[in-house]
Design a protein around this ligand. Structure first.
Ligand SMILES: [Zn+2]
Length: 215
């Protein structure tokens, strides 16, 4: 079996998502890029993700042809491949349906970086990609536009995608954004959330870009 360790890591990451309530049932998908071979590992569609075994993860090429594994690659494969094509820095992508981020995705409101740690980790605000049906090329294009050079974007009426230099990075971004969405929403119960000063936001965005450049 090709890439057993990475396939194991993808299956384990889905169990973490399930345990933390960041997705459920068949929802969500994960991929990892193998840059030296121009191949990708991606979860199959239509299966309960917390029960995934390493051999269930598919190896595909950039044309979505299955190189190794049974079943069909995720319905969102076009979105994953489009992100890898437009962002050379990205080596892993997670798509999930977490509750608090999805609240913002349903209303169509960006998650602003209201907590200090978010900008350096994710690149700034999490914008909402315009609505397009799941699995479409249109959704892939809208996500790329909303993502920009950052590591997270919301999918209107749907969920979130996060990405990173590896799977741990994409997972940390997902946890950070979901936590920020929860804090943002809860803070609205007792007052109006205060934004971080613009100067600090800019300085932290510069730090993020610098970190991206030398990763
Ligand atoms: Zn989805």
């Amino acid at each position: 079996m090709l890439y057993p360790d990475l396939r194991q890591k993808i299956a384990e990451t889905f169990r973490i998502l399930d345990e933390k309530g960041l997705t459920y049932g068949n929802a969500g998908n994960i991929s990892v890029r193998i840059p030296e071979e121009n191949l990708f590992l991606i979860t199959p569609s239509g299966v309960r993700k917390a029960a995934l075994k390493p051999e269930d993860i598919l190896v595909i090429d950039e044309k979505r042809r299955v190189i190794e594994g049974k079943g069909h690659p995720s319905i969102e494969t076009p979105m994953h491949l489009a992100i890898y094509k437009s962002r050379k820095d990205v080596k892993a992508v997670i798509h999930a349906h977490p509750v608090y981020s999805s609240v913002f995705a349903v209303v169509g409101v960006a998650i602003l970086p209201v907590v200090e740690e978010m900008i350096i980790l994710t690149g700034g605000e999490v914008k909402v990609a315009k609505y397009a049906p799941p699995g479409t090329r249109e959704l892939a294009n809208n996500v790329i536009e909303a993502l920009g050079d950052r590591k997270a974007a919301l999918l209107m009426n749907h969920g979130i995608i996060t990405c990173g230099k590896d799977l741990d990075d994409a997972l940390e971004v997902l946890i950070c954004v979901e936590r920020t969405a929860k804090i943002y929403l809860l803070s609205k119960l007792i007052g109006e959330p205060k934004l971080i000063p613009e100067k600090v936001i800019e300085a932290e965005k510069n730090l993020y870009r610098l970190k991206q450049k030398y990763q």
